[in-house]
Write a new protein. Structure first.
Length: 132
């Protein structure tokens, strides 16, 4: 199991957008931008039930999450691991992320009847580069 050191956690705590990469049914990769945070040693992000990344992760839970420091293109963290999808508490997690990234109390982009899901990634492998 990989471990996030404090430098990697610091980068993940900042309101920086992350790239999440999942595996499509045909084996090709699908990357998308998400909001992330950490919970203990896990990386968490949130999506809606039925979106591509959620469908991909239900079929194949392998995932990669990467964050790049916009002030130093060589300072980055990349976490690969297995995703766990959690419906319980997902609305609270997306609200927390909205506060982190937008400074608002509640996620403003909710769609009627949308069900949120939190994706929790326990690191199997962590790459951290302190930059140049």
């Amino acid at each position: 199991m990989g471990k996030l050191d404090e430098h990697a956690k610091e980068l993940l705590r900042r309101p920086l957008h992350a790239w999440v990469t999942t595996v499509r049914p045909d084996g090709s990769l699908h990357s998308t931008v998400v909001w992330v945070d950490i919970d203990g040693d896990d990386v968490v992000f949130n999506t809606a039930v039925g979106r591509a990344k959620e469908r991909h992760l239900r079929r194949d839970p392998r995932v990669s999450v990467s964050v790049l420091d916009p002030e130093d293109a060589f300072r980055l963290v990349s976490v690969s691991g297995t995703a766990r999808l959690e419906l319980e508490g997902a609305d609270e997690v997306v609200d927390h992320l909205a506060k982190k990234y937008l400074g608002v109390e509640s996620y403003p982009f909710r769609v009627p009847d949308e069900r949120r899901v939190t994706v929790r990634v326990t690191p199997d492998d962590v790459i951290f580069n302190a930059g140049g």
